[in-house]
Design a protein around this ligand. Structure first.
Ligand code: DER
Length: 223
């Protein structure tokens, strides 16, 4: 099975976590796009979705799914999102799609985070994927130096010849060469640094379930 076929499999599998009559929390990325396409097949069973990015909002609306503002809901039964890495406890590295801040905000509304991923995302220790960190632009160099002091190599994410600007108007650092042995402590520490908007470690907002697409089919991992 190709990676694309594995993403379709887990996108389909995530439908069973959608609660009829309830608004669904929707993440961002190519795997989530497969889920959104599947969600459209049952859109008459839900009031709509809360989205974590302009890109997901556009896809949801194009498929006739109503998008609610995060401030319109008190909580969500479920949040469905992908990951760049997920470890054995459901801690994730996210932000490959530059949506990490709104993803963490919507995930915080949900009772249950269901991660959908192909098997390439499964790791023992987080940090092989360059860690995305959303930063206030004026703090980028200062934050990069702090990562370098811990052995990391931080680069501003570029797009169309300049720094990528997120949905929130901020920049992203991608930090290579980190080994995140204690995701909870790392997330708490980096969150405190002045100028950090969001660090792409989802340990406090970890997954409860991961639907992992493998050559043998979809594995349901619970944490
Ligand atoms: O940006 C994100 O956090 C996305 O969820 C990303 O990590 C997963 O995207 P993919 O499904 O396209 O690999």
């Amino acid at each position: 099975l190709s990676q694309d076929e594995l993403k379709t499999l887990v996108g389909q599998a995530a439908l069973k976590y959608v609660v009829a009559g309830s608004i669904v929390g929707v993440g961002t990325g190519s795997t989530v796009n497969k889920f959104i396409d599947e969600l459209a097949t049952i859109k008459d069973q839900i009031p709509g979705a809360v989205s974590s990015s302009v890109a997901s909002t556009e896809r949801l609306k194009a498929l006739g799914i109503k998008v609610f503002d995060a401030n319109e809901v008190d909580s969500l039964a479920v949040y469905i999102d992908g990951a760049d890495e997920i470890d054995g406890k459901g801690h994730m590295v996210k932000g490959g799609g530059a949506a990490l801040t709104r993803e963490k905000i919507v995930a915080a509304l949900a009772e249950r985070f269901v991660c959908i991923a192909d098997e390439s995302k499964r790791v023992d220790v987080l940090g092989n994927f360059p860690l995305p960190v959303e930063v206030i632009p004026m703090a980028a160099a200062q934050i990069a130096r702090r990562f370098e002091a811990m052995g990391g190599n931080a680069q501003i994410r570029m797009k169309d010849g300049g720094p990528l600007v997120t949905d929130n108007g901020q920049h992203i650092l991608d930090v290579r060469n980190l080994k995140i042995a204690d995701p909870l402590a790392f997330e708490s520490d980096v969150n405190q640094w002045p100028g950090v908007v969001t660090v792409g470690v989802f340990a406090h907002q970890k997954a409860a379930v991961c639907l992992l697409g493998t050559a043998q089919g979809v594995q349901t991992l619970e944490y």
